[in-house]
Design a protein around this ligand. Structure first.
Ligand SMILES: Cc1ncc(COP(=O)(O)O)c(C=O)c1O
Length: 384
């Protein structure tokens, strides 16, 4: 094992493209100088298609959770009623944030590993006619589920005036999301997932409808006041010192997305998902989610005859390959592979090959190459 060679295949943070790494090492500039204005000015139009919106996308220094909490505190007030669709650990986090802020939170819990069936929320919406917002997670990173956000939005619009607020943290940049067309009111993501950057930036796109609510919300907020961020961004500026190095990196990451083409980026992610799923199916290792519910950015396996943490240990100690374990009650029973952002089919082949060796090392005998060839078949057929 080379001491400085790492293979990072968790669902965020994800590997950084060398050109993005290089861009982030640029010397610092004055955050009130023209260079910063030019940088923000050039980033703004390139972010919009990634979110599927015509709105400017706000960039705030903070992790993804800062973005989630910002959405909550800007769009709803203590005492308001909201509904949170919980399909895993990150839906649960959205619900916790609401509860912490004294918001009356109606949870809609779905079995972990499954996506929410949009029509099933109808009853819940009718039962709680005063709901001000519905919160959902696009890709539930803890299970590898992609929730049908477009269809959810239709159901919400039909039965309520609630804002629709979506956590897109492990999806935006890798999953085709059309914020405006699907009538999402606030869409949040973080930098360290499909956006190919280190952690530290959160992004928020806000619909006209949501701006009206936010402008009439008089609850106190200083740093995370979205209107303040919007007003400054209108002038290619930020209210506080921006995370400049991350913005240098973002500019280059968006350049890479543009070069590859957004459609090609999404189709690469579908291929990565298909390769990963085909490999584990061929190896006889059960997947946590159905093909229908699967996310193109992360895949979870739920083995029934070996300890996933024993596998992770061998991968880490012997090959320097990091894959993720389970969260909350799935701890110890699943392992997860992140395949978003700077990830290619070759990375998946490499990952599967190391896993095949490690499985044999922990006593789970699998035929070497069986998973790899299933993944190669997907590559060969185009597979997206
Ligand atoms: C779907 C989702 N939401 C929210 C978060 C929280 O982001 P952060 O850890 O950057 O605060 C994560 C992080 O894994 C996530 O995957």
């Amino acid at each position: 094992m080379l001491p400085d060679q790492q293979f990072l295949r968790i669902p965020g943070p994800t590997p950084i493209p060398p050109s993005v790494q290089h861009a982030m090492s640029q010397p610092m500039i004055g955050h009130r100088d023209q260079e910063t204005k030019d940088l923000l000015h050039s980033i703004k139009p390139k972010l919009k298609p990634v979110f599927g919106t015509n709105q400017d996308v706000l960039m705030i220094a903070g992790s993804g959770t800062a973005g989630l909490e910002t959405a909550v505190t800007n769009a709803v007030q203590p005492g308001d009623e909201v509904m949170v669709i919980v399909t895993g650990a990150f839906g649960d986090r959205f619900a916790q944030i609401c509860t912490e802020h004294d918001i009356s939170t109606h949870r809609y819990d779905v079995e972990w590993g499954e996506a929410v069936a949009p029509q099933t929320i109808e009853e819940h919406l009718k039962k709680h006619p005063h709901i001000k917002a519905v919160f959902a997670t696009l890709c539930e990173t803890s299970t590898g589920v992609l929730n049908p956000v477009k269809e959810l939005s239709r159901v919400i619009r039909r039965h309520s005036d609630a804002l629709f607020i979506v956590d897109g943290v492990s999806a935006v940049g890798g999953v085709d999301v059309k914020m405006d067309e699907w009538e999402i009111d606030i869409l949040i993501t973080g930098s360290q997932k499909a956006m190919m950057l280190p952690p530290g930036l959160t992004f928020a796109a806000v619909s006209e409808r949501a701006w009206e609510v936010i402008e009439n919300n008089n609850r106190p907020s200083f740093y995370f006041d979205l209107a303040k961020h919007r007003n400054q961004l209108d002038n290619d500026s930020t209210p506080f010192t921006p995370a400049l190095s991350l913005l240098f990196g973002l500019s280059q990451a968006l350049e890479l997305i543009e070069q590859e083409g957004l459609e090609a980026v999404f189709s690469r992610h579908r291929q990565l998902m298909n390769m990963t799923r085909a490999a584990f199916k061929a190896l006889g290792i059960p997947l946590l989610t159905s093909d229908k519910d699967a996310s193109t950015t992360v895949t979870a396996m739920k083995p029934d005859d070996f300890d996933p943490d024993a596998l992770r240990k061998v991968l880490k100690n012997e090959f320097n390959l990091t894959v993720a374990g389970g969260q909350k009650h799935l701890k110890g029973s699943i392992f997860r592979i992140g395949h978003m952002g700077y990830c290619s089919p070759a990375d998946i082949l490499q990952t599967i090959s190391m896993i095949e060796v490690a499985l044999n090392k922990i006593g789970k005998s699998v035929e070497l190459g069986k998973g790899i060839s299933a993944a190669q078949e997907i590559m060969l057929s185009g597979g997206s």
